[in-house]
Design a protein around this ligand. Structure first.
Ligand code: PEP
Ligand code: MG
Length: 540
């Protein structure tokens, strides 16, 4: 087995024979011509034929990849009428008395070099386009037909690089994947691969050797790896990965854009949990209705010192902006217990899970808390932000939090910094105390979100970190479910909404029960959004 690493431009796994793309070779020679007018006319005719071909390609691309992506073939037509391009070709023909082929080929090289040397990645990508259109004109001038050999069976197409026109001309039904030696992720080939949902790996360099033509291969578009002549173990692993991916894509096809609604019409919000700005892609891809828990402590865990207000503001702003008006619930930092950060200088504790953590740190070190609240309130004007506080056990804590928030707002007002006055405020229900006090707490806040991971640990008195107790850590325990029900009833009695953001929210065995309790929201890992939607839609 040979393993070749490249750059992934579209995820997915494909398994099949490698077929190297073959072009009709043309040799461009520089020859003298006597009649430069006739030569220029010969070029113009070839150019017009090329434009006609591109019109046909444009129509095919509209069908295959949609109007936006087909645009490239309109741009190619325009490139062939670009004045600089034409002037260069005409100038070479007339001043040097040379053949059109030479003039086109030299112009293409010069223009491609010029694009490639630009700073802008998009413009660099255009070097391939000018080459592509020029090759088309050269094929016509030389009288060779464009293209690859016939594809008799589905295969992975390998090439040094593929021009957009070459990509579109391939029989889409037979292309399992793309593997190229060069190319950029901004190239239209990459864009087309993504639009056509075809796994693709580019930039494998010389390691992708044409001698592998006809060999069995696997593209792992998730990691950017090509396996040639895979061993049995890799093959089995990749087959499984492929099956899982197809299942997920199938769910996506069926359920994207659909409502989270039961057969009898009960609706529930399905949001996603994230720990990082970089998780947003997965949230959007899986069609989550919002972010139900952004564990902001990861910003602290990734830093070697306290993240500044600006750093936090940038992250929160990016999340709310990317979610474009959908709800984003950011939890204030939940440091302590299993999430230790050196620069907090927390003392060693006998029972860290029962110790100095989360809101307890924030309320005793208000300067840290205030920095975070300032960043959050400043980000609130960029979208639909809610703030949530972890590890609450009493009404007193919530009132103290609200006092600090008022101080923060007063500061921002004084500094003339914009913020939303009525940001939704909620608390995590993850201690038995908060459940028992839920009626009173519901009067103080806008929403509850049940942290079943900690609620199970504290209700059952089982350290969630202790592997030896795994068999006793039972989130289905009736005591835990009764706690959730009690919090839900009390939230609703006060007209407030309640969701779950702990792992139990994704437990499909309990979905029906949560619906019966009338929960308003479930927030789960991005990959669980669609399986959960499927389950909800199957419930009565
Ligand atoms: C929970 O306790 O269920 C929760 C969501 O918070 P974390 O897992 O971050 O403690
Ligand atoms: Mg928790």
């Amino acid at each position: 087995m040979i393993t070749i690493e490249g750059k992934s431009v579209f995820g997915g796994v494909s398994i099949g024979k490698l077929m190297f793309y073959k072009r009709n070779e043309k040799v461009i020679r520089r020859t003298h011509v006597d009649d430069v007018d006739a030569e220029w006319k010969r070029f113009e005719e070839a150019k017009n034929t090329a434009i006609d071909q591109l019109k046909v390609l444009y129509d095919k691309a509209i069908e295959d990849v949609g109007e936006a992506n087909a645009m490239i073939f309109e741009i190619h037509q325009m490139m062939l009428d670009d004045l600089d391009y034409l002037e260069s070709i005409e100038g070479i023909i007339r001043t040097q008395s040379v053949n059109a082929e030479y003039a086109v080929s030299t112009t293409a090289d010069n223009f491609a070099q010029m694009f490639a040397s630009m700073d802008d990645a998009y413009m660099q990508g255009r070097a391939a386009d000018v080459k592509d259109v020029s090759e088309r004109v050269l094929d016509i001038l030389c009288g060779v037909s464009n293209g690859t050999r016939e594809m008799t069976e589905p295969c992975i197409v390998a090439a040094d690089d593929l021009a957009p026109s070459e990509t579109v001309q391939l029989d889409k039904e037979k292309v399992l994947g793309f593997a190229t030696m060069y190319g950029s992720s901004n190239s239209h080939t990459a864009i087309l691969a993504r639009t056509m949902n075809i796994p693709a790996v580019i930039g494998m360099g010389e390691a992708l050797n044409p001698k592998y033509d006809g060999e069995m291969a696997i593209i792992d578009g998730f990691t950017g790896t090509l396996y040639v002549d895979p061993d049995e173990e890799t093959l089995a692993k990749m087959q499984e990965k492929r099956a899982k991916d197809l299942e997920q894509k199938e769910l996506l096809n069926q359920l994207k854009g659909k409502e989270n609604v039961t057969k009898s019409g009960q609706k529930i919000n399905v949001y996603a949990n994230i720990g990082n700005v970089s998780d947003l892609g997965a949230v959007l891809k899986n069609d989550a209705g919002g972010v139900g828990l952004f564990r902001s402590e990861f910003l602290y865990l990734e830093n070697s010192t306290y993240p500044t207000e600006e750093q936090q503001f940038a992250a929160y702003k990016q999340v709310v902006e990317s979610m474009a008006g959908k709800k984003v619930i950011i939890r204030t930092l939940d440091i302590g217990a299993d999430k230790q950060v050196d620069y907090f200088n927390l003392a060693k504790e006998e029972n860290p899970a029962l110790g100095y953590r989360a809101i307890r740190i924030c309320l005793t070190r208000p300067e840290i808390f205030k920095t975070q609240l300032r960043a959050l309130y400043r980000a609130s004007v960029y979208g639909n932000l809610s703030i949530m506080f972890p590890m609450i056990i009493s009404v007193k804590e919530v009132r103290k939090i609200k006092e600090i928030i008022e101080e923060v707002k007063a500061e921002l007002r004084e500094e003339g910094l914009p913020f939303k006055e009525d940001v939704e405020l909620g608390i995590m229900i993850e201690t038995p105390a908060s459940v028992m006090m839920s009626r009173e707490l519901a009067k103080e806040v806008d929403f509850f979100s049940v942290g079943t991971n900690d609620l199970t640990q504290y209700t059952l008195a089982i350290d969630r970190q202790n592997l030896a107790l795994d068999e006793f850590y039972d989130p289905h325990h009736p005591a835990v479910l009764a706690m959730i029900k009690m919090a839900a009833d009390n939230a609703h009695a006060e007209g407030k909404w309640i969701g779950i953001c702990g792992e139990l929210g994704a437990d499909l065995e309990l979905t029906e029960e949560f619906l019966k309790m009338g929960l308003d929201e479930l927030s789960v890992s991005p990959a669980m959004v669609l399986p959960l939607r499927k389950k909800i839609r199957e419930c009565e």
